[in-house]
Design a protein around this ligand. Structure first.
Ligand SMILES: C[S@@+](CC[C@H](N)C(=O)[O-])C[C@H]1O[C@@H](n2cnc3c(N)ncnc32)[C@H](O)[C@@H]1O
Length: 271
């Protein structure tokens, strides 16, 4: 699939999702309106985390993990969230790094940026900045960030090597890459890979686990680790495939157990 087609489809889908949340509904990320994200995006945050956030930031959550809970953020650090959506992980990061730290969110979709900035205002936090741009061309200088987080976004890019090279560039020496993403183990049927609906819903573009490790190492990262956080079984796979107009029963047998949410971490070597 051509890069401009993918990017436009992603922008359109997530723009619609942001508008829904701005109208008071829950956001969605795939073909089954309101339901497809459920096995992937439900129950990622605990009650204490959600209690301190504006309702719309929680409604907008379309991630596949909880990167700030796993990233061990420290007071005073600068964090960058690639594809920040409605801003849930940026707001959680801002709390963890405190007033001496800073949390940036980066997103290419105008409606998502409007939603995120509305949520920032509602949360009353000042150590946050939402930037417009693409994760393939991060609008920050080299060596300016301590930690890169991201939640279910890198799989949406058709140029993942470039995203990882950009992440490496903006991290300070010793900086951490701590990302939740959809990852596959082994081969996924070609029909699934070709489906734009499934690409936009975070499944078709997912990297194979070994490839993810290799791309990170080739970008210069050390201490690469891919840790599964949820593995999707037959029923989960069927729920997602059904809405994409594919033969869900047959394909789910091949896909079930091979698609997972994972916490992907790595480190930029110290100078
Ligand atoms: C699946 S949503 C996840 C949003 C957020 N991380 C969360 O956990 O709720 C994907 C987000 O990434 C953004 N996005 C996708 N591809 C992007 C790209 N190449 N550059 C910048 N933002 C992108 C979309 O606009 C959308 O807001």
């Amino acid at each position: 699939m051509a890069d401009p087609d993918i990017k436009e489809a992603v922008r359109e889908k997530y723009g619609e999702s942001a508008l829904k949340v701005l109208a008071g509904e829950r956001g969605s990320c795939g073909p089954n309106e309101g339901g497809c994200c459920d096995p992937v995006s439900d129950n990622l945050y605990d009650a204490a985390e959600k209690a301190g956030l504006p309702a719309a930031a929680v409604l907008a959550s379309l991630g596949c993990g909880n990167p700030t809970a796993l990233a061990e953020l420290r007071a005073g650090e600068t964090v960058l969230d690639l594809g920040s959506g409605g801003g849930i992980d940026v707001l959680l990061s801002a709390k963890r790094v405190g007033p001496t730290g800073k949390a940036y969110g980066l997103d290419m979709t105008d409606e998502m940026l409007t939603l995120a900035r509305t949520n920032q205002q509602a949360a009353g936090v000042t150590n946050v900045e939402f930037l417009k741009g693409e994760i393939e061309n991060i609008p920050l200088p080299p060596s300016s960030v301590d930690v890169i987080i991201s939640n279910c976004v890198i799989n949406l890019s058709s140029d993942k090597r470039r995203v990882l090279a950009e992440a490496f560039r903006v991290l300070r020496p010793g900086g951490r890459f701590a990302v939740s993403d959809v990852v596959v183990r082994g081969e996924v049927p070609a029909e699934v890979r070709r489906s734009m609906e499934l690409w936009v819903g975070c499944i078709a573009g997912a990297l194979e686990e070994a490839e993810y490790r290799r791309f990170l190492s080739e970008a210069g990262f050390a201490d690469v680790d891919v840790e599964p956080t949820r593995i999707y079984a037959f029923e989960d796979a069927r729920a997602v495939l059904a809405g994409a107009g594919l033969d869900a029963d047959a394909l789910a047998r091949d896909v079930g157990g091979r698609v997972m949410s994972a916490f992907v971490r790595a480190r930029k070597p110290a100078a």
